[in-house]
Design a protein around this ligand. Structure first.
Ligand code: VGL
Ligand code: ZN
Length: 198
């Protein structure tokens, strides 16, 4: 069984959003086109409480893009984004949700960020996506969405660590590129972990 994991196609990651990924909207028609060819389609949804500690607004004296230590993890500070129940957290209207069988929310605990759709960054808790896919006989996953250098990267790496065959649909991903070269680095990390780049 083959599954497509659609990562964070939410208004805040699209042009005009709080944490806009350049050309993020261009992936949507690609995802809509390929989704029906999978046995199973799931989505991840970044879903933060309003006072999430990944927000620069929660740390006096720090600004967006700064990196701090949080519970023994490096944490990039982001603009407020994907706040639970906000417009920015909603899936893009243009995303065809007909094929989506389940949505896995992440980043819901105030004190830990969650880039991967499988686990939070401290691996303290699982979203249930791994068990869901395995219980349905999925052995191959394709990852598409936003952002290549954060949530797509960590979802693909965790997919490998859970034993899935993983491919990255490069045409269906865009990255943040906080530092020039971040996207290329992310692709290389995935490749080194055995992710097939297609
Ligand atoms: C993401 C930064 C913060 C992502 C989510 O979806 O890649 N990046 N939260
Ligand atoms: Zn987030």
């Amino acid at each position: 069984m083959r599954a497509l994991i659609i990562v964070d196609i939410q208004n805040d990651f699209l042009p005009g959003g709080a944490l806009a990924v350049a050309q993020g909207d261009e992936v949507i028609p690609v995802i809509n086109r390929i989704a029906p060819s999978y046995d199973l389609v799931v989505c991840t949804q970044d879903w933060h409480p309003a006072d999430h500690w990944s927000f620069a607004s929660q740390h006096d004296g720090f600004t967006v893009g700064d990196v701090i230590r949080l519970n023994d993890l490096d944490q990039v500070l982001w603009p407020d984004h994907c706040v639970q129940d906000s417009y920015g957290a909603q899936f893009a209207d243009a995303l065809d949700s007909r094929w989506t069988q389940h949505v896995f929310r992440k980043g819901t605990y105030v004190d830990v960020d969650s880039y991967s759709g499988f686990f939070d960054n401290g691996r303290r808790s699982a979203t249930g996506m791994g068990d869901f896919l395995k219980s349905r006989g999925v052995t191959e996953i394709s990852v598409a969405g936003l952002a290549t250098d954060y949530c797509v990267l960590f979802t693909a790496l965790d997919g490998r660590s859970l034993g899935f065959d993983v491919s990255l649909i490069q045409e269906a991903c865009r990255g943040v590129e906080l530092v020039p070269g971040d996207i290329a680095d992310a692709v290389q990390k995935m490749q080194c972990a055995g992710v097939e780049i297609v």
